[in-house]
Design a protein around this ligand. Structure first.
Ligand code: PRP
Ligand code: URA
Length: 213
């Protein structure tokens, strides 16, 4: 069964509280998305394999550890996932990057795929999928259905806010994908928005907000 890790760290919770406020500006929302994601990266990468290396410090020779194998791949679910990408790359600058374009139909809440491009040799990489919101879980499950075909070494799903419904859907469909999340919220509302949530993440990151949800 997959692990669900809710990162209840004061810095993460504090930053997320500011993001939830509807008065928070686009630039601040984007910056906080960056900052929380960089903090979540530590939790999302702790299963990475290490190998022993010999290093000469200014003082002596020593055996130490470094990450082994091919570079990890960070996969952004467009478009809101792109808000998290830089935060992850700020602490993992050599990671490879891919994109899955999905858009949720506002009425049916079903995701529609419009783009797919991922790095080569995915079967030799640990994969981290980023999307700020896990609501019904439809988008995450669709993205993971596609990525599983690449047979990666591991897949970890990282989001800012999740609804219990989305976590259940993802756990049911993908038993070997761990979830790292800043907050598991209460529920979904009738429009499929997370309560209390933070609204439409894509609109708030990119400044395309039209109306209250
Ligand atoms: C949002 C969000 C997720 C999806 C979550 O994207 O970024 O991808 O909704 O909802 P679900 O769990 O019910 O599928 P949206 O479809 O609004 O597209 P956008 O990122 O382009 O704004
Ligand atoms: N997508 C969002 O951006 N926010 C939600 O609350 C649900 C889906």
């Amino acid at each position: 069964m997959n692990k669900v890790i809710e990162v209840k760290h004061p810095l993460v919770t504090h930053k997320l509280s500011i993001m939830r406020n509807k008065e928070t500006s686009t630039s601040e929302f984007r910056q906080l998305t960056f900052e929380i994601t960089s903090l979540l990266t530590f939790e999302a990468t702790k299963h990475f394999e290490m190998e022993s290396v010999k290093i000469s410090t200014p003082v002596c020779d020593t055996q130490n550890q470094k990450c082994s194998g091919k570079k990890p791949a960070v996969i952004s679910i467009l478009r809101a996932g792109n808000g998290m990408l830089e935060g992850m790359l700020s602490v993992m600058p050599s990671a490879r990057v891919g994109f899955v374009g999905l858009e949720r139909d506002e009425k049916t809440l079903e995701p529609r795929q419009y783009y797919y491009k991922v790095p080569q040799n995915m079967d030799e990489r640990n994969v981290i999928v980023v999307d700020p919101m896990l609501a019904t879980g439809g988008s995450a499950v669709s993205a993971l259905n596609l990525l599983k075909k690449e047979n990666p070494k591991s897949i970890t799903f990282v989001c800012l806010v999740a609804a219990p419904e989305g976590i259940k859907a993802l756990q049911t469909a993908h038993q070997n994908v761990d979830i790292v999340v800043a907050s598991i919220d209460e529920k979904l509302n009738k429009n499929g928005y997370i309560v209390p949530g933070l609204g439409d993440a894509g609109d708030r990151i990119f400044g395309t907000l039209k109306k209250e949800k």
